[in-house]
Ligand binder design. Structure first.
Ligand code: AMP
Ligand code: MN
Ligand code: MN
Ligand code: MN
Length: 281
């Protein structure tokens, strides 16, 4: 079984469509591919069934825990469930409001035109990646990394805090849509080990099911630590490349370290929801 359970399409800030991702997954020998766009499921709603790896319907919800932005991935969701749809609509409204405020700030600094440039985009989720591309294309910064540092991150010249839902709301909506709630890329948050452990414990207490314990560039010690936490808190373990763009050579669909054999019983495909919704089909 070879899987990639975290990928983006052009419906959010990915560069490619579902057919491209499917072809890539097939080339790389995957059995399952999850589509997990930022706060939207539109790629799934638009999908036509064609040959390829099994597609796991998913989403990645931005949310807040103790003033820190956390991402929660939902897998095996019913993409049409009304509670989840309502939450995603609110999240998209927050995204739109944030982009309008970022546009105002950029305009004041002589870099107007963001909203006009975005109006031609297919994306349903307007993200800071789109702002970054706009500023790079207009020669304001040389690359995306610089844009985030100088403009978009906390303390940046066009930083606007987002109004995301709470972590428990995100988990509740995923579970309400029949899905599995997974803490995305836990090692990427600005947290020391003690606080990371508290996040995982809280995530579990409020109904979270799983942790992503494998993603590109994860330090081996972090992967080992997350696998240990998953076992300690009786959670499942997931893995995903967070693929956005084939031009970024450090990442590819399905390119990620395998979970250790010792934690095989904790793999997310052992979750009862996966067994009922994926294996039974
Ligand atoms: P948003 O959800 O709108 O805040 O946008 C966040 C997205 O921006 C993430 O999903 C990443 O794809 C991208 N991103 C965040 N930080 C960086 C960075 N430092 N360099 C490049 N891309 C980034
Ligand atoms: Mn992204
Ligand atoms: Mn993320
Ligand atoms: Mn992601």
């Amino acid at each position: 079984m070879k899987v990639d359970l975290h990928c983006h399409t052009h419906y959010s800030d990915g560069k490619h469509d579902l057919s491209f991702l499917k072809a890539r997954a097939l080339e790389n020998g995957l059995s399952h591919l999850a589509i997990t766009d930022h706060d939207c499921v539109d790629a799934l709603l638009a999908a036509e069934s064609v040959d390829g790896p099994a597609i796991i319907p998913g989403v990645e919800i931005s949310c807040m825990w103790e003033n820190i932005e956390i991402h929660v991935v939902g897998l095996c969701i019913d993409a049409r469930e009304s509670g989840l749809s309502a939450l995603l609509a609110e999240q998209q409204t927050s995204r739109h409001k944030r982009i309008v405020k970022i546009d105002e700030k950029l305009r004041q600094q002589g870099a107007g035109g963001l909203l006009e440039s975005l109006s031609g985009l297919k994306a349903y989720a307007l993200t800071r990646s789109h702002v970054a591309d706009f500023l790079v294309e207009n020669g304001v910064c040389v690359d995306r990394k610089k844009v985030f540092k100088r403009y978009l991150n906390k303390g940046g010249k066009a930083h606007v805090p987002a109004e995301w839902c709470s972590m428990s709301t995100a988990i509740g909506a995923i579970k309400g849509a029949g899905g599995i709630a997974i803490l995305a890329h836990p090692g990427r948050y600005p947290l020391n080990r003690a606080k990371l452990k508290r996040l995982v414990e809280t995530f579990r207490q409020v109904g979270g099911d799983a942790l992503e314990a494998s993603y590109p560039n994860i330090a081996p010690e972090m992967k080992q630590y997350l696998e240990k936490l998953g076992v300690e808190f009786s959670m499942y373990l997931s893995c995903g490349s967070d693929f956005h763009d084939a031009a970024a050579t450090w990442t590819d669909v399905g390119k990620l370290p395998a979970l250790s054999s010792e934690v095989a019983a904790h793999a997310v495909w052992q979750h009862p929801v996966w067994k009922a919704r994926v294996d039974a089909i």
